[in-house]
Ligand binder design. Structure first.
Ligand code: THU
Length: 138
């Protein structure tokens, strides 16, 4: 984390943004709505929802939609992520999303939420203890 980033993380706001963007989910197959709100080091928040496809494997998770938004806006350092999903139990981020986020911010603070459970607070390096790092390729 950049030491210049001193602002306290407003998890309440992030959780709200994740819940709101989940309403935009395109999930006619699973019917599961997921929203993600990713806080960049400069304070900007990037949101995303899950986008399913008739070719099921092409489905994009909410976390990767949010990450794509952020990267496209020039952000590559993140401090926190909120995830909200429609099932009553907590929907943990999938392995692909964990690895995608790990590339940029292995110490990302994460809150996972739903109407029936949570909020659960964790960190990316707890969910993915030995992720592949860019420096592993050198
Ligand atoms: N999903 C996400 O959006 N994020 C995750 O990390 C787990 C799964 C979505 C993909 C699919 O549209 C639905 O949830 C059911 O798996």
């Amino acid at each position: 984390m950049n030491p210049e980033y001193t602002q306290a993380i407003d998890f309440e706001q992030l959780r709200t943004l994740a819940r709101e963007v989940a309403e935009k989910a395109y999930s006619p197959y699973s019917k599961v709505r997921v929203g993600a709100a990713l806080l960049a080091e400069d304070g900007q928040v990037f949101t995303g929802c899950n986008v399913e496809n008739a070719s099921f494997g092409a489905t994009l998770c909410a976390e990767r939609t949010a990450l794509g938004h952020a990267i496209s806006a020039g952000q590559q350092q993140f401090t926190a992520l909120a995830i909200w999903a429609s099932p009553e139990s907590l929907l943990m981020p999938c392995g692909i999303c964990r690895q995608m986020l790990f590339e940029f911010s292995p110490e990302l603070a994460i809150v996972i939420d739903s109407n029936g459970a949570g909020p659960k607070y964790t960190k990316l390096d707890e969910l993915l203890p030995s992720g592949v790092k860019p420096s592993d390729l050198i």
